[in-house]
Design a protein around this ligand. Structure first.
Ligand code: AP5
Length: 210
């Protein structure tokens, strides 16, 4: 099962991908998570991409494609994977079709007001990447990670200016992929507005796993 999760920032791709990957025993490959981990560990790649992520712009295609090409060639991805946040441009999609063609593309659909609500309420436990929402999935204790009790933070790109830019970048560079994959017969729309359990159930149904 080789899948792409497509959709605007904050549509819930990461929330559903984490769960599906765990239940199906396949890797969840999030380019955003990989970049953030490199930033956290202050690697060369992390230093190169930090300002780009903070502003909400896209990391250059060559860099991103090489990273994903390497990741999907690892043995744990041989039977399948969920790509979350990749591809984000037509050149990335063309490259992926060469090195790892996918079976299906799930397009998470959500309106802009709800996107902004979700992103502005998101809280993250930086070391683990665990994600909460102040209203929709709050931690047991306000501002604290459920597992470690450590502080939760707001992602730098979840601040209002960066959110605006990410939405504009999505419309311009990533939304054309909807037609790209629809015309190839690979795309399925997923209504991302209901609660996470309901969205997850429709994803499983679309994948024939229900
Ligand atoms: P990335 O990390 O991929 O960010 P994104 O696409 O903007 O996606 P998000 O993580 O913001 O949202 P999501 O859809 O996963 O939502 P989530 O499940 O967290 O990329 C970050 C940056 O990295 C990019 O801006 C770029 O700079 C760079 N980058 C990454 N990939 C790249 C590429 N291919 N090329 C170039 N650059 C790249 O949910 C959001 C919130 O809503 C959470 O608080 C959650 O709890 C809540 N929530 C989720 N589902 C529901 C629900 N059903 N109901 C209520 N609340 C919900």
């Amino acid at each position: 099962m080789k899948l792409i999760f497509l959709g605007p920032p904050g549509a819930g791709k990461g929330t559903i991908a984490t769960r599906l990957a765990e239940d199906e025993g396949i890797p969840h490959i999030s380019t955003g998570d990989i970049f953030r981990e490199n930033i956290r560990n202050e690697t060369e790649l992390g230093k190169k991409v930090k300002a780009i992520l903070d502003s909400g712009d896209l990391v250059p295609d060559e860099l991103t494609v090489e990273l994903v090409k390497d990741r999907v060639s690892q043995p744990d991805a041989a039977a399948g994977f969920v790509l979350d946040g990749f591809p984000r441009t037509v050149p990335q999609a063309d490259a992926l079709a060469e090195f790892a063609p996918v079976d299906k593309v799930l397009n998470f659909v959500l309106d802009e007001d709800e996107i902004i609500r979700r992103l502005s309420g998101r809280r993250v436990h930086k070391p683990s990447g665990r994600t909460y929402h102040v209203l929709f999935s709050p931690p047991n204790e306000e501002g604290k990670d459920d597992v470690t009790g450590e502080e939760l933070i707001i992602r730098d790109d979840d601040k209002p200016e960066a959110i605006k830019n990410r939405l504009a970048v999505y419309e311009k560079q990533t939304a054309p992929l909807i037609e790209y994959y629809r015309s190839r017969g690979l795309l399925v729309d997923i209504d991302s507005a209901p609660k996470p359990e309901e969205v997850y159930a429709s994803v499983r149904k679309e994948l024939g796993l229900a």
